[in-house]
Design a protein around this ligand. Structure first.
Ligand code: NAD
Length: 497
């Protein structure tokens, strides 16, 4: 039996007939479990109108009340996090623990947004000119859109939505059509938390819905996360239509291992960061850059660890789950073939092996290539699967140059016991998020998340102070309360005295 997954508009499930729908599968069994409504441009227009109508009241709601609603949402999300994690595993495939981890990281953004009264404090300067005061305030934008990818169905929407709402905006969330249920379940909590209907809406869809959001005159800002070609398209189209846009794109994250590193720690980290969530993380390590002198030993340690991993149904305590769709699984397996054909050494072949799940699940086990060179497609492309490529270099400088020449710049890590080398790396590497002996350096919610180069279009990163800045616009007020001494005509440019 399949479930119908509907839009959430104005606090209610949208019950009208849908012209188009998409398939949702359980990746661990391959079974079709849901059909998700795909919105037309007209329906997106209705959702935006609903959000706009709700916005005025919400924008005028006190900071005290807004903070209470976000706090109540945080409590509800915390209470329901296991249910949300189960929904993620059922549609995305990642193992339950990992799904819970993503909800928990999203929860931290809600916790950050509870501090909105403090975060929205402006500046005030008394007597900038005689008896003239100046102050700055930040105000909400209006209706904002959040468009999210399949790989973090709960966390990525949570990077933006609590802050957008706390700042006084109304939201249209367009989650990935591949695994949409978790986003709807989280969005429903807002009504329970006391948010007025229409401030938070979910519209499912594909390109048609995205285009409608990017061109609608009442959508003021767009936060997008997804692959680089679509991020670039969203940025260009949204900004051409006068919107503020932050569009986070794909990644190819390198981990540089220097000869003095603790190789056991580095091998653990490479396996965790390479194969967690089946490599379907924008911060996954996919290129391991090893200095030649330690490469053999490191590859051996990684291989030993990989042999112990269990791949299977995310509900059965396995280490790694399936890939999200059959099509994606075949695409990643295609890269494994290309790597072999290009002459890389296939050390562990994930196409072989036993999988603890349904026969028709979208399986591919952890895969390791050694002697990968930068011209090979397995190095050049973002594979977004459990495929780790070892690239050997002769020196720190060669490793750094390789990383800096890559068109992506999302995350990177260096493994070393040399503080001086680590400090040099942090300064010289052209990547937005850097780990020092930390393989997945996802910033905590009160810092901001975002890459450089082709990993982010726009200049504002997600959450933290930059998130608050993105979802508000500044106004500066210069005030003078009249005093008889201020009379008289003067057509010159205002000067301060
Ligand atoms: P995707 O680009 O296919 O889809 C992302 C969103 O865009 C979805 O909501 C989808 O419906 C929509 N979309 C897809 N095709 C479109 C089109 N032609 N026109 C308009 N909209 C379209 O990405 P995905 O496969 O869902 O997610 C994986 C990608 O996201 C990877 O590249 C990964 O690196 C990236 N990602 C990046 C970050 C980051 O922070 N930089 C975080 C998570 C994921």
């Amino acid at each position: 039996m399949t479930t119908r997954i509907t839009h959430l508009i104005g606090g209610r499930s949208w019950e009208g007939a849908s012209e188009r729908a998409g398939d949702v599968h359980n990746p661990a069994t391959g079974a079709l479990t849901g059909r998700v409504d795909l919105a037309s441009a007209e329906l997106v227009g209705q959702a935006v109108a609903t959000a706009k109508a709700a916005w005025t009241g919400w924008a005028g709601t006190s900071l005290a009340k807004r903070a209470q609603v976000v706090f109540a949402f945080r409590e509800l999300l915390n209470a329901r996090k296991h249910e949300i994690a189960a929904l993620i595993t059922a549609e995305h495939g990642k193992v339950l623990d990992d799904a819970l981890g993503e909800v928990t990281r999203g929860l931290e953004v809600a916790e950050f947004a509870c501090g909105i009264p403090h975060l929205l404090k402006g500046g005030f300067s008394e007597n900038v000119s005689t008896r003239v005061d100046v102050y700055s305030i930040r105000q909400p934008l209006g209706v904002v859109a959040v468009i999210s990818p399949f790989n973090f169905p709960a966390m990525v929407p949570l990077w933006f939505v609590p802050i957008a709402i706390a700042c006084g905006n109304a939201v249209i969330l367009k989650p990935s059509e591949k695994d949409p249920s978790a986003a709807v379940a989280v969005a429903r909590l807002w009504s329970e938390a006391g948010l007025p209907d229409g401030v938070m809406n979910v519209v499912h869809g594909d390109k048609e819905a995205v285009d409608a959001l990017l061109t609608h005159p009442d959508v003021r800002a767009v936060s997008f996360v997804g692959s680089t070609p679509i991020a670039r398209y969203v940025y260009e189209t949204g900004t051409a239509h006068g919107k503020r846009v932050q569009a986070l794109g794909g990644a190819k994250n390198h981990m540089l291992v220097l000869p003095d590193a603790d190789l056991d720690l580095a091998a653990d980290a490479a396996v965790n960061a390479g194969f967690g969530s089946a490599g379907e993380r924008c911060m996954a390590i996919s290129a391991l850059v090893a200095i030649d002198t330690i490469a053999d030993e490191l590859v051996e340690k990684i291989t030993e660890r990989m042999r112990k991993l269990r791949t299977g149904d995310g509900t059965r305590g396995c280490d790694m789950g399936p890939l999200v769709t059959g099509r994606h699984r075949d695409k990643v397996a295609g890269y494994v073939e290309e790597g072999v054909a290009a002459g890389a050494r296939l050390v562990v072949d994930g196409r072989e092996g036993d999988f603890d799940g349904g026969e028709d699940g979208f399986w591919l086990g952890p895969t390791l290539f050694d002697h990968v060179t930068p011209d090979m497609s397995i190095y050049r492309d973002e594979i977004f699967g459990p495929v780790l490529s070892v690239v050997r270099v002769r020196s720190y400088d060669e490793g750094l140059a390789l990383i800096n020449a890559n068109p992506y710049g999302n995350g990177t890590a260096v493994f070393t016991n040399d503080g001086g080398a680590a400090r040099r790396f942090q300064n010289e590497v052209e990547v937005g998020m850097v780990g020092i002996n930390v393989p997945i350096p996802v910033p905590v919610s009160y810092y901001s998340f975002g890459g450089w180069k082709n990993s982010l279009f726009g200049d504002t990163h997600a959450h933290g102070a930059e998130g608050v800045h993105f979802f508000t616009r500044g106004k500066v007020v210069t005030s003078r309360w009249l005093d008889p001494s201020h009379g008289g005509l003067n057509l010159g440019f205002p000067q301060n005295d």
